[in-house]
Ligand binder design. Sequence first.
Ligand SMILES: Nc1ncnc2c1ncn2[C@@H]1O[C@H](COP(=O)(O)OP(=O)(O)OP(=O)(O)O)[C@@H](O)[C@H]1O
Ligand SMILES: [Mg+2]
Length: 144
Amino acid sequence: MKKIINSEKEMYKFASQLAKKLKGGEVLALQGELGAGKTTFVKGLARALGVREVVHSPTFILVKPYRIRNQKIIKTLIHVDAYRVAGGEDLIFVGLDEFFQDKDTVMAIEWAEKVKKILPRARTKWIKFYLGKKLNQRIVQIKD
Ligand SMILES: Nc1ncnc2c1ncn2[C@@H]1O[C@H](COP(=O)(O)OP(=O)(O)OP(=O)(O)O)[C@@H](O)[C@H]1O
Ligand SMILES: [Mg+2]
């Protein structure tokens, strides 16, 4: 599925539609160049799931968990930025791979292709982000 997104607001809407389909335990592998909209998507996802905290780009902290209070199953959103991660071993080192099994956790990983080999294949949903032709245009592609 390929979708053209024409504004930041539309990106939030796309994220919230996707949030409704989540059952818990998913790893959202976000791929795409700088500024393509990965963090913006996670902000929309967090908002849709009911996260009250402000979501920032986790580039300098690598991993940021957000508590979710008003959902039946999903209790935590874990935002990861793998931009500076070398090969996935770093994430295993911090124990992040343990969360891959949690049914009450959704993970959103920016630059996921860098840590592809440690991702649980069956639970991982790849979402690709591209810059569009126009200034505020982005294209998202989900493997189906
Ligand atoms: N349609 C759109 N969807 C998403 N972001 C948009 C859109 N139009 C404009 N923008 C802007 O583009 C920028 C996207 O930045 P964002 O941090 O989400 O990208 P990123 O993919 O996370 O980049 P990085 O790899 O640096 O983390 C933001 O400044 C956002 O306001
Ligand atoms: Mg980002």
